[in-house]
Design a protein around this ligand. Sequence first.
Ligand SMILES: [Mg+2]
Length: 387
Amino acid sequence: MLPVTLQGVGSLEAIELWESSARLRHPIKAAHGTHDHRTILYLRLMTSEGEGWGEVAALDNPSDGDPSLGEVRQHLESFWIPRMIAAARQRDDGGLGSHEIAMLSPGSVTDRFCSSALEMALLDAELRRHSLSMAQWLHSDHKALPFGMALGIPGAESIEDLSARALLGSEAGASRVRAKIDPSCAVRYLTSLRGALGSLDLHADANGSYGLLASDQVVAELTELDGLDLRCIEQPLSTNDLTTYAQLTASVATPICLDEGLDSPQKMSLALRYEAASVFCVKPSRLGGLRSALAVLGQAHDANMTCFIGGMFESGLARASLGVLAGHPACSFVSDIAAPSTYFAQDPCELGGPVKALQELWNHSGVGPWPLEKSRSLVGTFLRSSL
Ligand SMILES: [Mg+2]
């Protein structure tokens, strides 16, 4: 999976911002709040040779170190878009390559969410210009992969209802259930899910909810889960506490996974050096884009660590890119690649859903399907000539 730099796509003429919204079929309660609705922001890059689309992955509300969609939009409008246009103006051909975006980044998490969407838009334009799919760009032969489903913390839905829904999901083809937990429900909830699902892959996602407990209490509570044959416990602690993560990894039999704590390739190097986790949830948007995600996957593969690609309730455009990344050899756990039709009432991009136990991967030109005209509204235009 070695990405090749493509030739430019002509001069950058304009960048537009478009918005869609989507409602989740079932609200997902997590330790940091409930997801029931999603605003999705898209970037449309228009060049002299064509166009490309990128999707901003940030959620409406900030959580655990990730910026809100509003913060990312404001930073795109005030910093990144003017900077992109200024950089393009300085070039003789007026163009910019997707491989150059990371180099423009000053380095905050908000910057990385911005650069991820911009990189996606440029790459989409480049791939379409060359009639290449993202899988061809990465030399990936995968046509379809197993997919998973997510469940929230019990609240409005009881443990029994959630366990019944997990069973329905597995009967519909999901190969892995990823359940949000917190210390108050973990043992009862995961025991019920294990009973309903038999030997199906089960992940627990704590979203930092054990972070207020003393470290020996965290070890004791997580050790209680060791008999449930979980594939991993994701992000039990707050984002940056790598030394306590190392203690957990050494003390708890269930593999410990970093999610929110993995926000740059540099952090991956530290996590590997500290032996802070043995599983990594790789989210390209938080890492700064697809190339940064590939760098982290490469690091994990070299260190013999396990990864999966994590989703943020994307629409079909960004989801399609996650599906292709999930074919990386470091991803030996099931990734978040199920099409949005499995969790949204309506996907603005209408990416095709799974068939039986497999999610077919995007195999057309570009990164993924664009949002349909009927599902999007224009919310900003930035012309090269007027900036
Ligand atoms: Mg997580």
